[in-house]
Ligand binder design. Sequence first.
Ligand SMILES: Cc1cc2nc3c(=O)[nH]c(=O)nc-3n(C[C@H](O)[C@H](O)[C@H](O)COP(=O)(O)OP(=O)(O)OC[C@H]3O[C@@H](n4cnc5c(N)ncnc54)[C@H](O)[C@@H]3O)c2cc1C
Length: 412
Amino acid sequence: MKTYDLIVIGSGAAGMIAAIRAARDGKSVLLLEQQEKLGPKLKATGGGRCNLTNTLDNSDFMNSFGRNGRFMMDAITLFDYKDLMNFFKEIGVDTHIPDGFRVFPITHNSSTIIKALEEELIKQNVEIRCNTKAQTLLFEGEAIVGVQTLDDKFLSASVVVATGGLGYPMLGANGDGFTFAKELGHKVTDLYPAMLPLISKEKWVENCKADTIAKAELRIDLPKAKKLKAVGDLIFTSKGIRGPVVLDFSREVTPFLEKHGEVPLIINMIKGKNEEEVRVHINNEIKNNPDSSVLENISSLVPPSVAKALCILSKADTNKKFKDLAGQIRDKLIKNLVSTPLTIIDHVGFKQAMITRGGVSLKEINPKTMQSKIIKGLYFCGEVVDLDGPCGGYNLQWSFSSGNLAGKLLDF
Ligand SMILES: Cc1cc2nc3c(=O)[nH]c(=O)nc-3n(C[C@H](O)[C@H](O)[C@H](O)COP(=O)(O)OP(=O)(O)OC[C@H]3O[C@@H](n4cnc5c(N)ncnc54)[C@H](O)[C@@H]3O)c2cc1C
């Protein structure tokens, strides 16, 4: 039985940086990873390009995580995107910001990130054990004392749980961290799949399959969700919607779906134009082409397949000249253009959820250290914690920042 200053469970962004931080501070560290190689999920990030972080200032960054975002104040202040870029520079990875916002390794290859982290772990003498699954956390009274794996028992007065969430199980997400937390008396909030495609009740989406709507605006048509909104590219699928805006917004939708069984969305597919602006646009079209059909006219605002679907929804004859359309139907069509109703009835599940909404309750974690308030020497970081951000480098930055803070073992 070997004793370490720290055992880290999970070799994602959070776990690897926690191990490096502790080892750099002179601690003996064991890193356990159940999969064959380090950083399986990290490898898949950003479509293999790894969107490491973004250039938002700390305050806006925290706000993007919603109500609980302020929890990350200490972690982010200690290690923000500039520190992350410097850290990677130090370990030989140049980063760049091609669109002025999202930060990538200059190679645009997540393997660069994993290789550099692995080399640094080795340089800092971290003992790495892949194919080694932590089975249970060992504790005595209210203090952690080690980790039990299938074949071994490892002792340590400090354990960092960096086991990630439930999304993409084939990349190592199995929810073990939630089980460990619960076994030791922690509350785990309700868990929902987030950042995933959604399935609609309306079948017309199928005819619009693969059509992309730029800058679509999504809202939830429920009284409790009035303030929620997301803007970005939307893509129709054979069963519903996907695309960046859907990935971002799905984390708001799935909890309502669980509660209500279906969620009414309102989509503006015409770059936020209001009814009056659409009327002006349509009238200009009629002026330029008085004999234009309803379909031709509406297709100047949305792709023809979507125009057709909205005409059918509004009971507007697509072949009719727009100028001959009855006032009532014209009004309905304009309303449907500005606020297209779409009812979400399902999602594709955790197997395609890029992140998990919910996690180990923030109330029982000290934000200054990431240590459990219940069990001494137990730390949580990364996605296992009840914080989730939108698309665009937010979630990896949180994993790196919280892992960095946990690895400092401030109460050691
Ligand atoms: C396809 C995809 C693309 C993404 N792209 C981006 C992106 O570009 N930018 C961004 O910011 N975010 C992105 N995300 C989200 C981001 O990857 C996660 O938020 C982040 O990786 C979480 O890091 P983590 O270290 O907390 O957990 P993980 O990276 O999930 O690591 C947890 C590790 O713990 C291991 N583990 C679990 N249980 C045990 C156990 N009992 N014993 C031993 N090991 C265990 C797992 O095998 C896993 O390797 C993406 C997610 C997915 C799925």
